[in-house]
Design a protein around this ligand. Structure first.
Ligand code: ATP
Ligand code: MG
Length: 229
């Protein structure tokens, strides 16, 4: 199949500016991430963290440089292969006006109810299974979710998608310390051998990551593990 089991990433001299912006959002980024590495991406607001993740989903084309997924230029991957290769938990999670089941199945069509339910329990959303279970209607005309519940739903979705690369943009924002710990433990376990890039501004839990990248103003200013930084 076109979808690799493991994914190494390389960005070679990647620059990108949004339309109409004089300042590049990413400025000559060089980055190599070995297959299976779990990487935390830190940096102040507006430094380019989300843009970096979005380039890896091909949301934007870099003006300069090359992004390689296991030596294949990202630009050469087919859209279906790319979608199967990357799981995303975006900074702003979208909830569909649909059943809880369909909100999860979008990422993993055909998954059995028992598997969906087990994943909801793993992310701490067992409460959503009360009453109408997977048939509960979410979004407009149904149950609204808190910010933390939305993020955990998106994490469940992304884990069910089961891709070799997972991109998470501040997935633990708004979660209490205990829930955050559970989510980090879950990611560590479920994503073993798979590549993870997680944007965060929490300093808790960074020791779990193989690499920490610190960005500033479109640049990578520091890179190393928890002990080194
Ligand atoms: P935060 O921590 O607040 O989420 P970030 O590090 O994720 O910030 P980005 O969203 O990547 O930052 O933004 C990097 C720069 O690009 C910022 O200066 C931002 O204003 C700009 N930017 C982001 N999205 C767009 C867009 N769609 N059009 C124009 N400029 C944008
Ligand atoms: Mg962001």
């Amino acid at each position: 199949s076109e979808v690799p089991e493991q994914l190494a990433l390389r960005l070679a001299d990647v620059s990108f500016a949004y339309d109409g912006q004089a300042q590049p959002a990413l400025d000559h980024i060089n980055l190599t991430i070995p297959a299976g590495a779990h990487v935390a991406v830190l940096g102040r607001t507006g430094c380019g963290k989300s843009t970096l993740l979005q380039l890896l989903t091909r949301a934007w084309d870099p003006a300069q440089g090359e992004i390689l997924f296991n030596d294949t230029p990202l630009m050469q991957m087919s859209e279906p292969a790319l979608r199967k290769t990357v799981s995303v938990v975006p900074q702003r999670v979208h909830l569909f006006s649909a059943t809880l089941r369909d909100n999860l199945l979008l990422a993993a069509p055909g998954t059995a109810d028992e598997v969906l339910g087990a994943m909801l329990v793993k992310v701490g959303l067992h409460k959503l299974l009360e009453d109408e279970g997977l048939n509960s209607w979410l979004g407009e005309g149904g149950r609204q979710l808190s910010g933390g519940e939305l993020r955990r739903l998106a994490i469940a979705r992304a884990l069910l998608h089961n891709a070799p690369l997972m991109l998470l943009d501040e997935p633990t924002e708004g979660l209490d310390a205990t829930t955050e710990r559970q989510i980090l433990d879950l990611l560590k376990e479920e994503m073993q051998g798979k590549t993870v890039l997680m944007v965060t501004h929490r300093l808790r839990g960074l020791a779990d990551f193989d690499q920490i990248i610190v960005m500033d103003n479109g640049h990578i200013i520091e890179q190393g593990n928890h002990a080194e930084l």
